[in-house]
Design a protein around this ligand. Structure first.
Ligand code: FAD
Ligand code: AMP
Length: 476
C-alpha cells in the first residue's frame, strides 16, 4: 500500500515549505516533495528563494556594499583603509554558508513539525474519489504516495532568450550570477528589472564595467515615476551602471571567452562585447514534470496554473500558490498564500490582500513601495494629494551618511486614505512596513502625521511625508 497523506505539497520553496509547516501545525498528516539540488549535488530545501534567490543575493549585496563603503564612504568618517581588496571566493563561500544554514534549517523545521520530507520530482499520476496518486521520482526510481489534498508550489524558473540559452559559464542565469568565481571586467546584463539591477550592482561595486540593456523605453516603469527618475540618476552617476533603455537585442554570439551582443537603440545598430552576460528578462512558471495534463490541471495562456482568489485550481482539493500562479513573484506573497491555503483546508477563512504586497529592490539606496503609483492614479483619474520628504533633511540619514532619496506618500484627495507609499533611501525595505500596516488598517495620511515617531530615526521621513500631504512639513 502506498503511504497516504492528508496533504501533499509539491515544492519546498517559501510557498511550499510554509504551507507544509502550517498544515502540519493544524493537524494534517503532511508530506512535502522537492527536487532542488545545490551545486554540490545535494538536495537542498527552500527553493529559489533560499538557494539561488532572495537570501544569497542579499548576502552578496551586503558584501559588495561593504567593499564600496571601505573604498568610497569611510574617508568622510576619518577612517582610512589602505589597499582594500576583495576576495571573491571568500565572499561566495560566506554566501553559501548562509544559504546552507537556512536550507538545513528548513529540514530541521520539517522534523520539528513532523512534515515528511521527500526528495524527488512530484507528478500527478491519477485522480480518484479518495484523492490523488502522486508519483515521486528520484534518480530514476519512482514511488507512489496518496494525497487527499495537494498544494502545488513548484515556483518559477528564469526565462531564457531563445538566441542565448544559459550555460552558466558565459551566459548566466540567477544561479550563475550568484556564483561567479571572479569579477568579470566587462559584464552585460539584459533586463533592468529587480534581479538585473541587484546583480548589476553587486558586480559593479566589485569593479566590473556593467552595461544594462532594457527593452522597455522607460526605466523601472513598475515603480513610481519620481522614484524611477531618482534611481536612474543615482545608479548611472554614482554607482556607474551604464543603463540603456528602449533596446532591441538582435543577436547574441558566444565566443571562447566572451559574448557579443548586437542591439538596436535610438534607431542605431550597436554591438558590445562582454566577458560575462547575465540574462534577467523575467521568470516563467514552473509546471514541467508535474504531469498536469494527466489529471486535467488547467494552466492559463501564460503557463501559470489557473487559480481563483483563494488559490483553488480547476481540480477539487488541489490548490496552487506562489510564483506558479498569478500575482507578484515574491517570496512573502508565496508565504502568505501558503498560510492562507493551509488554514482554508482547516476550515478557517483567511484572506491575502494582493493589493498591499510590498515591493523591494535591494539596490543602494534601496527602493520599496506599496500600493498605487502617482502615474497610475493620474491615468485612472483618481484625485489625490502627494507629500514628499527628502532623507537629506533627516538627521539619522545624515548621521548614517545616506542622505540620498525620499519618502513619497499619496493619499485620496477627498478621504485622505493612503493609496500608495514610495521610498528610495536607506533601509527602505524596513521602512515600508509602516506603510503596509497603515494601508491594511485603512489609515489616512493624517493618522501617520499624528503618530509619534522616534527621533532621530529614518521613520521620521515617513512622518514628514505624511505631513507634506497636508503641506505642513516641519523640517523642510
Ligand atoms: P520556488 O522558490 O521557486 O520553489 C519551488 C521549488 O519547487 C523549487 O525547489 C523547485 O526545485 C521545486 N520543484 C519544482 N517542480 C517540482 C516538482 N515537480 N517536484 C518537486 N519539486 C519541484 N523575492 C522576494 O520576495 N524578495 C527578494 O529579495 C527576492 N530576491 C530574489 C532574487 C533572485 C536572484 C531571484 C531569482 C528571486 C528573488 N525573489 C525575491 C523571488 C523569490 O525567490 C520567489 O518569489 C520565491 O522563491 C517563490 O517561491 P515559490 O515557493 O513559489 O517557488
Ligand atoms: P523582472 O520582471 O523584474 O524580472 O525584470 C525583467 C526585465 O527584463 C523587465 O524590465 C523587462 O522589461 C526586461 N526584458 C524582458 N525581455 C527583454 C529583452 N528581450 N531585452 C531586454 N530587456 C528585456
Amino acid at each position: 500500500m502506498p503511504q497516504a497523506f492528508d496533504l501533499v505539497v509539491i515544492g519546498a520553496g517559501p510557498g511550499g515549505y510554509v504551507a507544509a509547516i502550517r498544515a502540519a501545525q493544524l493537524g494534517f498528516k503532511t508530506a512535502c516533495i522537492d527536487n532542488f539540488k545545490n551545486a554540490a549535488g545535494k538536495p537542498s530545501l527552500g527553493g529559489t528563494c533560499l538557494n539561488v534567490g532572495c537570501i544569497p543575493s542579499k548576502a552578496l549585496l551586503e558584501s559588495s556594499e561593504n567593499y564600496e563603503r571601505v573604498q568610497h564612504k569611510f574617508a568622510a568618517h576619518g577612517i582610512t583603509v589602505k589597499d582594500a581588496s576583495i576576495d571573491v571566493p571568500t565572499m561566495i563561500a560566506r554566501k553559501q554558508k548562509i544559504v546552507d544554514q537556512f536550507t538545513g534549517g528548513i529540514a530541521g523545521l520539517f522534523r520539528k513539525n513532523k512534515v515528511t520530507s521527500l526528495h524527488g520530482t512530484g507528478a500527478f499520476k491519477a485522480a480518484a474519489a479518495e484523492g490523488y496518486t502522486i508519483e515521486v521520482t528520484t534518480d530514476g526510481k519512482a514511488e507512489e504516495i496518496q494525497a487527499k489534498h495537494v498544494i502545488v508550489a513548484t515556483g518559477s524558473v528564469p526565462r531564457a532568450l531563445p538566441m542565448a540559452p544559459f550555460d552558466n559559464e558565459l551566459i548566466l542565469d540567477n544561479a550563475g550570477a550568484l556564483s561567479l568565481k571572479q569579477t568579470p571586467k566587462r559584464l552585460g546584463v539584459i533586463g533592468a528589472g529587480v534581479i538585473g539591477l541587484e546583480m548589476g550592482s553587486v558586480w559593479r561595486r566589485l569593479g566590473a564595467e556593467v552595461t544594462v540593456l532594457e527593452a522597455l523605453p522607460g526605466f523601472l516603469q513598475a515603480a513610481d515615476e519620481a522614484v524611477a527618475k531618482e534611481a536612474l540618476k543615482i545608479f548611472t552617476k554614482e554607482l556607474g551602471l551604464a543603463i540603456r533603455t528602449g533596446v532591441t537585442v538582435q543577436s547574441i554570439e558566444k565566443g571562447k571567452k566572451s559574448v557579443t551582443v548586437a542591439y538596436a537603440v535610438d534607431g542605431k545598430d550597436e554591438r558590445a562585447e562582454f566577458d560575462r552576460l547575465i540574462v534577467a528578462v523575467g521568470r516563467v512558471p514552473n509546471t514541467q514534470g508535474l504531469n498536469a495534463d494527466a489529471v486535467g490541471l488547467k494552466l492559463d495562456a501564460r503557463g501559470f496554473i489557473e487559480v481563483d482568489g483563494d488559490c483553488r485550481t480547476s481540480l477539487a482539493n488541489v490548490y496552487a500558490i506562489g510564483d506558479v500562479v498569478r500575482g507578484p513573484m515574491l517570496a512573502h506573497k508565496a508565504m502568505e498564500e501558503a498560510v492562507a491555503v493551509a488554514e482554508r483546508l482547516a476550515g478557517q477563512a483567511p484572506h491575502v490582500n494582493l493589493d498591499n504586497v510590498p515591493w523591494v529592490i535591494y539596490t543602494s539606496p534601496e527602493i520599496a513601495w506599496v500600493g498605487r503609483t502617482e502615474q497610475s492614479l493620474r491615468d485612472a483619474g483618481v484625485k489625490y494629494r502627494a507629500g514628499q520628504f527628502p532623507f537629506l533633511a533627516n538627521g539619522r540619514a545624515r548621521a548614517l551618511g545616506e542622505p540620498a532619496g525620499f519618502v513619497k506618500m499619496l493619499a485620496d484627495a477627498d478621504t485622505d486614505r493612503i493609496l500608495g507609499v514610495h521610498i528610495i533611501g536607506p533601509f527602505a525595505s524596513e521602512l515600508i512596513s509602516e506603510a503596509v500596516v497603515a494601508m491594511e488598517f485603512g489609515a489616512s495620511s493624517e493618522d501617520i502625521a499624528r503618530i509619534v515617531h522616534a527621533h532621530p530615526s529614518l521613520s521620521e521621513a515617513m512622518h514628514e511625508a505624511a505631513l507634506a500631504v497636508d503641506k505642513r512639513t516641519l523640517h523642510i
